[in-house]
Each structure stands twice: as structure tokens, then as C-alpha cells.
Design a protein around this ligand. Sequence first.
Ligand SMILES: Nc1ncnc2c1ncn2[C@@H]1O[C@H](COP(=O)(O)OP(=O)(O)OP(=O)(O)O)[C@@H](O)[C@H]1O
Ligand SMILES: [Mg+2]
Length: 571
Amino acid sequence: MEKNSLKFIISLYKKHSILFVFALIGSVLEAGALSGFVYILKNVIDDIFVEKNYNKLILIISILISLAIFKQIGFFLKNYLYPVIILKIIRELREKIYKNILEAEISYLNRLSIGEIVSRATNDIERFSIMLSSLGTNVITETLTIIGIIGLLIYTDWKLFLIFVIVIPFLALVLNHFGEKRKKYAKLVQESLAEFTSHLSQILNGLETVKLFKKEVFQRIFNKLNQKLFQREVKSRLYETVYLSSVEIIAYIGVVGIISYGGYRVIKGEITAGQFFSFLGGVLVLVNSMQILQRGLVNLKGITPIIERLQTLLNIPKEKGGTKPFKSLKKEITYQNAYVKIGDREILNNINLKIRKGEKVAIIGLSGSGKTTLVKLLPRLIKDYDGKILIDETELTKFEISSLRERFGVLSQEVFIFNDTVRNNLLIAKPNAKEEELFEALKKAKAEFIFKLPEGLDTKLGEKGSVLSGGERQRLALARLFLKNPEILIIDEGTSALDVETEEKVAKELIKSFKDKTVLMITHRLSLLNVVDRVIVMENGKIVEEGRVKELKLRNGLLNRFLQISKEIEN
Ligand SMILES: Nc1ncnc2c1ncn2[C@@H]1O[C@H](COP(=O)(O)OP(=O)(O)OP(=O)(O)O)[C@@H](O)[C@H]1O
Ligand SMILES: [Mg+2]
């Protein structure tokens, strides 16, 4: 194990050092009692069977009973406490990772894939926990047992022990060789299983597409995967069996060697029968412990990459913001020579713009002109910009991010609905909202369809709100916004999935409800321009026109061109 991994593991256990000490006592008791059993075997044979001493029988039986009690206490401490420590560690890791994800820099998370993050936070944690349990219950306990038994063997008969020492390297070689093979195929089986799962989930996700193509094509792909999985599993079984059987063969050879040489020494009177059996028993315990230890160590082999992967989740950079709490917008938001660059591209180019408190501003422009980027800067969903963006007199970056976001409401085209009830989806916006408030928000958002659902507010919405239509999802999200009642509202085509009539109704309701709030509304629907105070027209990252709708209509500018095109389409 590498230094970094060891350090990491120690840092995790440190917090639970008291429990760990008790678990360790368990290991010591177990290993000690086991060695004791082996040792006492000599007396059982020499004192009871050979000497036939009645008093010693009683003594030996009381020693055996005490050893059994110690062993069980040890077993309980070890078997219960190591896992409990691990459960605690895993709970802490999960908590930390979840918190890190919530507080993460968005751009950093975007660089990792969602699948990767999820797999690290679930599979890697699970595997890490299995590895840790093998460390405690197997590696530590068996190492102690091995030390105890070897000491005992040497003490009992060091000459006989030499025989055993000769066998050990062979045993290690065989265990290693077949162990690796066994592991390789186990891994291949896992890979095949993953392919299998991924294929199945693809089919299920794209079921409609699949149905439109020939079934046989998919069946063939599936059969191939299935066959591959089968073959790997069979191979894996084979190596598992070969491994186990070779271990047994070597053990036989060792035992035969010990019986031959040991028997010879007993006959010559150099050791007693008791010593011989005690030795043999010790060897059996030793082989068993070595096997468990070896398996434990093999399990630990892959721990370093897993720890490294977990560490990336544990060290996710936090979002960096300012320290000044954002109370409220007093006067205006100002963009001064603001630029946003991604690589060499200027997504926003020298933006100069003032938005007064309470103003309702529409932003229009062709797709890709930078509208979303412009507004996402404010709640700091996009972080990097050059130039100045001021809220009243303070630079945006000076504000503490969470207090800033609390005052913002964003409704975009892509609505996120959690796989939960309508009620819980609404309560995200206002955890202590009363029933009437929920109803009112839904009404304002023209989301009365919720009341017609059989279970009303308690209806489960399915994954990503799949139970609802696009427009219904948007209205639900809008209701969420009414509950949040933000000071600055950003609508990024947030009502675009509604029919024209409903969209206009909703927009009017919005402007009415947020009368004294600041509203920025990105829209492709020009009829909505009637409800706002001012229009901003964007092109290629620049603001190319700006003013009251009436004024812009008089000019022969971009807005007029848009209006003309939409009129032509209508006709
Ligand atoms: N993370 C990013 N990486 C690279 N380019 C980006 C990124 N985000 C946005 N862009 C680019 O910036 C430009 C402006 O994007 P933006 O989303 O602001 O446009 P928009 O005006 O909102 O368009 P639409 O009307 O289609 O929503 C686009 O050309 C887009 O490809
Ligand atoms: Mg956009």
C-alpha cells in the first residue's frame, strides 16, 4: 500500500481511535486464544491420554473453557467493532462528498461526467468499505494469529518448523500465481457485467428508437455480450477451483512431510506425542490464517486507485465567492465593459448595460447570441468575466454567493423536477410554506392541472418529472418561483413550452405579481414584448439595440426585422 493511501486510512480511523483500540483488543484476544488452544493440545495428549492424570484433566478443561470465553469475547469485539468503525467512516465520507457536491464549483463538476461522479460516490465507496473490512477483520487479526502461532511452533520444535519453512515459498508462489489468474477473471466478469448493464439501460432508455429498428440486430449484440459473460464466468470458476485445489495439494505435501519427520522424532523419543500433535494443529491454523491474510492483502491491492478516486471527490474545490452578504438591490445593476471569454471566443463582447430596480427588461436575439450567458452571470452560475458588473456600487464578485442566489429566481427552458411529489417539489422553494400558499402559487402559475391529478399535491412526478408535459413542468417551476418570491427574476425562455395564449397569460401574471421586482426575460416570442418596459437586442455577444419597444419599432433596426419575419411566418 502506498504512503498516501495509508495516511488517508489512518486519518479516517483516527477519529474512532477508542473503538479501534477495543477492536484491536478483540483481535489480540482471538489470536491469543487460538494460540492457547494449539499450545494446550500438547497437554491434552501428554497429560490426559498418555499420563492419564485426573487432576490435570480438570485443570485443562478449566483452561479450555477460559480460552473459549476469551476467544468469544475477542470474536465479538473484532467482528462487531471493525465493521461499526467502517460504517461510521463510510457515513462520514458520504456526507462529506454530498456536501462537497452541493458546494462545488459548477465548472469543475461539469468537467467530470455525471456517470463518473455517481459511480465514485456509490461503487467506489462500496468497494472501499469492503476493502477496509478486509483490513480490520482479516489482515490485522490474521497477522497477529500468524505471529503467535509461529512463535509457538518454534518454541515447540524448531527443527520440525524448518520443514514447514521449506514449504512456505511454494505455497506463496502457487497462491500468487493462481490468485492473480482468479482475480483477473473475476475482474473480466465484472467488466462484462457492466457492459451488460450499460447495454440494457441503453435499450430501456431508447426503447422507442429500438422498436423502430429490427429486433434481431439488438438480439445479436445482446447474445454476443451474454456469451462473453458466460465464458468469462466459466473461466473464473475454473481458476477458482484450481486455486483451491492447489492449496490443498501443497498442504497435503506439507502435512506428509511433517508426519514423516515428526513421527521419526517421536519414535526416537526426541519429542512427545503431545508436542507433535500440538505442532500439527499449529500448522493447520497457520495455513488457514495465511490463506485469509493473503486474500485480505489481495483485496487491498486495488485500494490506492480507489482512494485516489475518492480523494478527487473529497477535494472538490469549493465555489469561491466574496464575503459581503447580499441584502437587497437598492438602485441598479450595471455591466461596464463586461466580457466573457471561453478560450479565444468572446461570448460576451463589451457589454454596457444598466438595469434599474423594478425594471422589466426583455432580451431577444438569435440563438447563440449570448443572452443566457448575460443573465447567468448575475446569480454567478457563470463565474468568469472581465470588466465590471456592479450591484448598486459593489462588484458582483464581492458578494457571498449563497446570499446572492437567495434573492434570485431563475426559470429556464430546462426545468428540473425531482422524482418526488408535487408538494416536495414546491417546498424546495419555501420549506415552511403553508398549504394555502402552495395552492395560491399554483394558481398564479396557471398550474391548476395539479388539482385535477388523482392524488393532487401528493402525486409523484417520476424521474425528471416525466409524468408531466413540458409546459406543465414549466408551470410547476413557475409556481416554485412564486413561492420563492425572489427580488430579481430571470426568465430564460422559461415559458417557451406553453401555447401562445397560456404563455401570454402567465407572463402578464408574472409581471403583475413581481410588480416592484426586477425582471429579466429572455424570449423568442415577440408578443411578450408588450408587457416589458425595455428591450435589449443581442447579436454575436454584443448589445446591438436597446430601448423602449415603441422607440425601437420606429427605428429600422434588428427588432423591426425580427418583427417582420415573425409577421411573414404568421401570414
Ligand atoms: N460552456 C461553454 N463552452 C463553450 N461555449 C459556450 C459555453 N456556453 C455557451 N457557449 C457558447 O456561447 C454562445 C452564447 O451562448 P448562450 O447560451 O448565451 O446563447 P443564447 O443567446 O442564450 O442562445 P439560445 O437562444 O439558443 O439559448 C454560444 O455560441 C454557445 O455555443
Ligand atoms: Mg439561451
